[in-house]
Ligand binder design. Structure first.
Ligand SMILES: [Fe+2]
Ligand SMILES: [Fe+2]
Length: 481
């Protein structure tokens, strides 16, 4: 069933154009030109979303908004402004509109595609699935010429789909050339994918970056299901969560930390929490994990995974601390997006002294990006600011020392250093751990309690329990092996 939207805009040509666009995008559209018609439509029908121009007359936009507020709770409303200066003259801000139940304010000029993205930010997974056009079978393959930076990549064996694919799927033919092999709404065809995989040796699938949000939503939902299933090996669970987290971080780094992005981040953090909470054999993966791709966002995912696994070892751990830290880990290096491009992938030891100074600004730059973001709590902000502070005072930017550093930030610092060693030197996790423990000076960077807990991350929890259960004067002699 298609989702219904109501368009209210006195500008006839815009209204007609928008109606056509959303019909083509498989929505059901009611378009009206004034507030009175809008109220009648709202009275008679239910809409997934209402898009209303601030300049609406004959029942003004404000009157209609009040009507909506008193008649239906949780109605999604997007207000459109023709000109910023008109809104300013009426002292209309997005914040004020949000107080009366409006989700977003979009000021022209914007493209229809941008408006659709704002709208689809509100789609739940079931909305998303409901809005996929139902087709029988599979459409023709079509060749598309678009630059590589429009696409996100996923390994073919790690691609999951519902019955109907939720977005277009491509394979890469050559630089800037793609073949659309499944169109939105096509029945998912394992045969077709297998054909590419086995006969044509295709190892990756692509989707357009504008569908990244849908990818995250669907795969996060799948991750939760997989995590709840005891028969699925921990390794597979970690891998699917890795894909979700990496794509989420990519989204946040490219579109910015907007409220809708944070909402999605919370869902991802919830899944991280579920994995950390429920997977008693996670240690088997944590001590041998080797699936990373240095070009993508593996680094932030692994920092998230190991930081939250360390927290899990503490008695004071809670869902809130795990989710907060997961959020901070995903964004910990966001400040690097403000550094010049040459810093991408550069390790600190290859930098000139001036570059090092510049690099050391990234925690503060990151903090600056999110300082006023009310959707993120203060701990998240402080962890990002302090993730390079070291327990012995040798860190940056403030050379904070000891207890002055947030424990959660020191945990992220440890996990961050660990992941750097592991990825830069292509070491097994246990080898990277040894490297940290053997560096007598370096190990002072962390509160010693953290090191103790970190070692436990790699140990079978049942074994730990057994050892703890033995009183120190026990006469029971442990069996060898
Ligand atoms: Fe960093
Ligand atoms: Fe980092």
């Amino acid at each position: 069933m298609a989702l219904k939207i109501l368009l209210v805009d006195p500008d006839e040509s815009w209204n007609v154009q928008a109606k056509k666009f959303f019909l083509d995008a498989s929505y059901e559209v009611t378009a009206v030109y004034n507030g009175r018609e809008a109220q009648l439509a709202i009275y008679n029908d239910k809409f997934f979303a209402i898009i209303i121009n601030y300049a609406t007359e004959n029942h003004s936009c404000m009157q209609v908004l009040k009507f909506i507020k008193s008649n239906s709770t949780n109605q999604r409303v997007i207000v459109i402004g023709n000109e910023q200066k008109v809104l300013d003259a009426h002292d209309i801000t997005e914040e004020k509109l949000q107080k009366i139940g409006v989700a977003n304010l979009c000021v022209k000029p914007f493209t229809m595609l941008q408006l659709k993205e704002v709208l689809e930010g509100h789609l739940s997974l079931s909305d998303l699935m409901a809005n996929v056009p139902k087709k029988e079978g599979i459409s023709e393959e079509t060749e598309v010429s678009l630059t590589d930076d429009n696409f996100s990549k996923i390994k073919i064996e790690e691609f999951y789909s519902s019955q109907a694919v939720l977005f277009d799927i491509y394979i890469k033919l050559s630089a800037n050339k793609y073949l659309k092999i499944l169109h939105t709404g096509d029945t998912f065809s394992k045969e077709r994918l297998d054909k590419y995989k086995n006969e044509k040796k295709v190892d990756a699938l692509y989707f357009h970056n504008s569908d990244r949000r849908k990818f995250i939503q669907y795969n996060n939902y799948l991750s939760k299901k997989l995590i709840a299933n005891e028969n699925v090996p921990a390794y597979n669970k970690v891998n699917i969560l890795k894909n979700v987290t990496e794509k989420f971080i990519e989204e946040a780094y490219t579109v910015g930390i907007k409220p809708l992005v944070i909402d999605q981040g919370r869902e991802v953090c919830e899944t991280v929490f579920q994995l950390i909470e429920s997977q008693t054999d996670l240690y088997t993966v944590l001590r041998s994990y080797q699936n990373f791709d240095p070009t993508a966002y593996s680094h932030a995912f692994l920092v998230t995974l190991y930081s939250t696994a360390i927290i899990k070892q503490f008695e004071w751990q809670s869902r809130a601390t795990i989710e907060t830290t997961a959020m901070a880990c995903m964004f910990h290096d966001i400040g690097k997006t403000l550094l010049p491009k040459e810093f991408i992938g550069m390790s600190m030891k290859d930098m000139s002294p001036e570059q090092v100074e510049q690099y050391k600004q990234h925690p503060e730059l990151g903090f600056g990006l999110i300082e006023n973001n009310r959707a993120l709590n203060n701990s998240v902000k402080q962890i990002i600011l302090q993730h390079h502070e070291a327990f012995d005072g040798s860190g940056f930017p403030f050379q904070k020392k000891g207890q002055k550093i947030l424990t959660l930030a020191n945990i992220v610092c440890l996990a961050d250093d660990f992941v750097h060693i592991m990825m830069d030197e292509k070491l097994q996790p246990t080898e990277a751990l040894k490297r940290i423990l053997m560096d007598k000076a370096g190990v002072k960077r962390y509160n010693s309690v953290l090191i103790e807990k970190f070692i436990k991350v790699f140990v079978d929890p049942d074994k730990v329990k057994n050892e703890v259960a033995l009183p120190s004067n026990s006469r029971v002699v442990k069996k060898a092996g």
